[in-house]
Design a binder for this molecule. Structure first.
Ligand SMILES: NC(=O)c1ccc[n+]([C@@H]2O[C@H](COP(=O)([O-])OP(=O)(O)OC[C@H]3O[C@@H](n4cnc5c(N)ncnc54)[C@H](OP(=O)(O)O)[C@@H]3O)[C@@H](O)[C@H]2O)c1
Length: 264
């Protein structure tokens, strides 16, 4: 049976901009009560205002998900105010694009913290009440970087791979529970992720898709109870070719980087 969004309580992390903001608005338009969180209060308030045009009970929590105790407090606050959560969308994330020769351990920890430990912690906090009701959806935003091992962002790639594998193993553990898990692998989506400070410039020559396209793919995937969504879809084929010939794929990537460096 299709999973209806109307009248659901849906928590979206990292909803002050980009894909998260787009998803929050789409869920609100579909009649869901949306809970959103992020650090930038002003941007979050603007998104909330747009959500409330469709879903007046929607609400927001200004939260720094890098602080793991704040993640626990968020879960308590959300359950206290919404009563329960039907859908958790772990969307918040940071890139910290950095060549491995310039990468330090603290940066790796920070990336793993926000992109892996924090969504896992929030999932573990909200999963029991889903299991109790025998229904729920957990949607985790990974990246094609997880399966393609994108150069120049090894910490990001690893954090997104960790989140994807955690999601798959969790899906098996709760297979018969009524709670489903979906992993989203976006390619390049036109968001602020590529202009954030303290990142190496993004140099890959891949055409970006719009936030609306990414949002539509997530909603379509949820409607079908898909286990994974690649957007654009052709990245799924690329991931399969890498798996079939890892050496050929990585040497091809190295050649691509060489040519890009020569051109700049
Ligand atoms: N854009 C792409 O091409 C692409 C591709 C693959 C995967 N993704 C993934 O998609 C997700 C959304 O990214 P986006 O492209 O929409 O980028 P974005 O516009 O930069 O959105 C990132 C969101 O995460 C939030 N966030 C970051 N650090 C946080 C923290 N410490 N605490 C709370 N919230 C935090 C940001 O809010 P505040 O700054 O207000 O806290 C923002 O709302 C990320 O997980 C990203 O890795 C994106």
């Amino acid at each position: 049976m299709a999973f209806e969004l109307a009248d659901r309580n849906i928590l979206v992390t990292g909803a002050s901009s980009g894909i998260g903001a787009g998803l929050a608005e789409a869920f609100a338009k579909a009649g869901a009560v949306v809970g959103i969180c992020a650090r930038r209060k002003d941007r979050l308030s603007e998104v909330l205002e747009r959500c409330r045009e469709h879903s007046p009970k929607s609400r927001m929590w200004v939260t720094d998900l890098a602080d793991l105790s704040a993640v626990d407090a968020l879960a308590v606050a959300v359950l206290g105010e919404l009563g329960h959560v039907d859908v958790l969308v772990n969307n918040a994330g940071i890139p910290k694009r950095r060549h491995v020769t310039k990468l330090d351990a603290d940066t790796v920890d920070a990336v793993m913290n926000i992109n892996f430990s924090s969504p896992v912690r929030l999932t573990l906090a909200l999963l029991p009440q889903m299991l109790e009701r025998g229904e729920g959806r957990i949607v985790n935003l990974s990246s094609v970087a997880a399966t393609l091992s994108s150069p120049g962002e090894s910490a990001y790639d690893a954090s997104k791979a960790a989140l994807a594998v955690f999601s798959e193993a969790m899906a098996v553990d709760i297979w018969d529970s009524g709670v489903k898990v979906m992993v989203v692998y976006p390619g390049v989506v036109d968001t602020e992720l590529f202009t954030l400070p303290d990142n190496d410039p993004f140099t890959a020559t891949i055409e970006a898709i719009s936030i609306d396209e990414a949002v539509k793919a997530v909603l379509d995937g949820m409607a079908k109870d898909a286990m994974q969504v690649y957007v654009p879809g052709w990245f799924a084929g690329l991931a399969s070719s890498k798996a079939a010939d890892i050496e050929g794929f990585l040497s091809g990537t190295a050649e691509y980087v060489r040519q890009q460096n020569a051109a700049t």
